[in-house]
Structure formats: structure tokens, C-alpha cells
Design a protein around this ligand. Structure first.
Ligand code: PHE
Length: 350
């Protein structure tokens, strides 16, 4: 091997040993730099004759080109190695399952409440909400419920500390106090028209919400839901109640194959009163009477407590159980499932 071939070989080795671009630049300087080996060879030609310069020059040039080619090759190899490393570090496994975003949904009872609001909304009823901590007056007295009524006992009603008969002192046992609260507001707004004899626009309202009773088993929960309905006007009768409630049930259960029964009953705040039962004519519940609401014509004493003359204003009220409606609609057999908060149960209604 002549001296020039040895130089090229040496350069290849030096370049190969450079592990980084910076090391490679240092190695390059040894051969191609201002005081590198190739430059030295050029300088050494000064003393040669013209002919010798030709052959020597050509040979040195070839050597230089070979060194440069070795340098370029090594540069590329290093760049590729670096890219490989980077790709490996940022490797993405496209076969991994995606990360899921938890998707929430409404509680089944909330779905029912929304449904009730939509159906009664389409029949011209507005939606009102009221306090869950109530006073004796709105929960019992204004609703014509006597002092000695058993519903007032501690066995049935949760009382709160520090209240009085007028101030909040109990957890409402039904949504019926909303009959009074809403009607009083309505009457206040239309007082002048009522007194002038022109009359007020009808009261047509539903009031959904939470209610509380001292009661707990598979079909009773100390906290449960009710939805009150109230329709007061000058010409509202029991047949309107029958029509509206029948229409509601058929829409709610998406079935015309359903009959209603108004079973005589008693509530202090309605007279006459009726329990409303429904019966499906087909499906798993066919043939059984199922109680879904209490109802009746609003008692004259209650109409009076609304600030209206019972000789002129008349109407009906109902109170239904959205929890029960939800159980019937979805075929759920234990009320407590709604309030346990078990995500496996709730997920099914999403
Ligand atoms: N508030 C009654 C109950 O909780 C239901 C009802 C409401 C009955 C309105 C008549 C009229 O049982």
C-alpha cells in the first residue's frame, strides 16, 4: 500500500471511530483542515518539477476526493443512526386500544322527570320548583290537613331543628305545598284582574321534585320523587283531569293499549279524591292494576288559601310518583337501585 492509499485508509478509520457529528468534524480537520494531512501534501509539491507536479497533483487530488467521499458517507451514516434513535424513542404503537373518555348520562329518574315536563309542557303546563325544607303551613295547614292528622306525626315526617309552624321546620312529605306556593304567586300577579271581575288566566302547572318520608323498604325510600299537577280555572272539571292524565300516561308509556281507573280515595286537600291506577293490556305487566298517582278536585278550603273564591274558581290536582313510573317503564323491581349510585346499574340508561 502506498503512502496515499494508507492516508485514505487512515481517514476512513478515523471517521469510523467518530461517534458523533462533532467528533467527525474534529477528525475531518486532521485530514482536510488548514494544517491537515492533505494540505501538507499540497505544500510538499512546491519543490517538484512541472511534470512531477502533474502526476503528483492528480494523485493527491484523487486522495483528497476519496477522503471527502469517506467523510460524506460517514456523515450520512451518523445522521441516519440519529434519526433511527429518535424514531425508536418516539415509537407509537398504533395497535394499542384508544383511551376512552367517560361518557356521562342522565339518571333514569331525571330522564322520567324530563319526559313528564315535556309531555305536560306540550299541554300548556308550566314547570315550578319549590323548597324541600318546608313549613307546617304549606305542607299541611294550608292543604286542609288537620292538626291531628297522622301524616304530621314524627313516625311519618322528618322535622328539622329550630323551625316553627310558619318557618321551615320539616322536609316536605309531598309536592302538594307547591299548589299553594304557585297559586299564591299567580293570584298576586293577577289580583287586579280578579278583583275587577275580568278574571285571571288559568293556573296550569306541574311541580316535580324530591320529597321525604320516614319509610324505607324495597318500594319505599326516605327520599323519593313526586310531581304535582295543578289546574285551576273557572270551568275545569274532573273530565279534564281524566282526559289530561289518560293522555299523559299513553304518551309517557308510548302505548294506547293502556286503560286508567279512578278509584275513590281520600285526601284532606281534595274532594272528591281518587287514586289513579293504570293497566297495560299487553306486555309483561298486562292485566295488573298499578297505582301511579293521587288526585282530586281541589278542596274549597285550599282554593280559599290560594286567595281565590271557591264559588268562582275550581280545578283539580294530582301527585304522581316519578320513581314508580321509571320502575314501570324500564322494568326495575327495586326502588333502592335508583339511589345506590351503582354505576353498573345507572350506565344502562345512558
Ligand atoms: N300529595 C298526595 C300524596 O302525596 C297526592 C295528591 C296530590 C293527591 C294532589 C291529591 C292531589 O299522596
Amino acid at each position: 500500500m502506498n503512502e496515499l492509499d494508507a492516508l485514505v485508509e487512515g481517514a476512513r478509520e478515523a471517521f469510523a471511530q467518530a461517534a458523533t457529528p462533532a467528533e467527525l468534524e474534529n477528525a475531518k480537520a486532521l485530514f482536510l483542515g488548514k494544517s491537515g494531512r492533505i494540505t501538507d501534501l499540497m505544500k510538499g509539491m512546491a519543490a517538484l518539477s512541472v511534470d512531477e507536479k502533474k502526476t503528483r497533483g492528480a494523485a493527491i487530488n484523487q486522495t483528497k476526493q476519496a477522503v471527502e467521499a469517506a467523510l460524506t458517507a460517514r456523515r450520512q451514516a451518523l445522521a441516519e443512526a440519529e434519526l433511527d434513535l429518535q424514531l425508536k424513542a418516539e415509537a407509537l404503537d398504533v395497535t394499542l386500544p384508544g383511551r376512552q373518555r367517560g361518557q356521562g348520562g342522565l339518571h333514569p329518574v331525571s330522564l322520567t322527570l324530563e319526559r313528564i315536563e315535556a309531555i305536560f309542557g306540550s299541554m300548556g303546563f308550566e314547570v315550578a320548583e319549590g323548597p324541600e325544607i318546608e313549613s307546617d303551613w304549606f305542607n299541611f295547614t294550608a292543604l286542609n290537613t288537620p292538626e291531628d292528622h297522622p301524616a304530621r306525626s314524627m313516625h311519618d315526617t322528618f322535622y328539622v331543628e329550630g323551625g316553627s309552624a310558619q318557618a321551615p321546620n320539616l322536609l316536605r312529605t309531598h309536592t302538594s305545598p307547591m299548589q299553594i306556593r304557585h297559586a299564591v304567586q299567580h293570584v298576586k300577579r293577577h289580583r287586579a284582574a280578579i278583583d275587577s271581575g275580568a278574571g285571571m288566566p288559568e293556573i296550569r302547572v306541574i311541580a316535580p321534585g324530591r320529597t321525604y318520608r320516614v319509610d324505607s323498604d324495597a318500594t319505599h325510600s326516605p327520599m323519593f320523587h313526586q310531581c304535582e299537577g295543578l289546574w285551576i280555572g273557572e270551568n275545569v272539571s274532573f273530565k279534564d283531569l281524566k282526559y289530561v292524565f289518560t293522555d299523559f300516561c299513553r304518551t309517557f308509556f308510548e302505548s294506547d293499549d293502556l286503560v286508567l281507573r279512578f278509584r275513590p280515595s281520600f285526601f284532606p286537600f281534595t274532594e272528591p279524591s281518587a287514586e289513579i291506577d293504570i293497566q297495560f293490556q299487553s306486555g309483561p305487566l298486562a292485566g295488573r292494576w298499578l297505582e301511579v298517582a293521587g288526585s282530586g278536585q281541589v278542596h274549597p278550603n285550599v282554593v280559599r288559601n290560594m286567595g281565590l273564591d271557591p264559588e268562582r274558581y275550581i280545578g283539580f290536582a294530582f301527585g304522581m310518583g316519578p320513581d314508580r313510573l321509571t320502575m314501570l317503564r324500564y322494568g326495575v323491581n327495586d326502588l333502592r337501585l335508583f339511589f345506590d349510585g351503582d354505576i353498573r346499574f345507572l350506565k344502562q340508561f345512558r
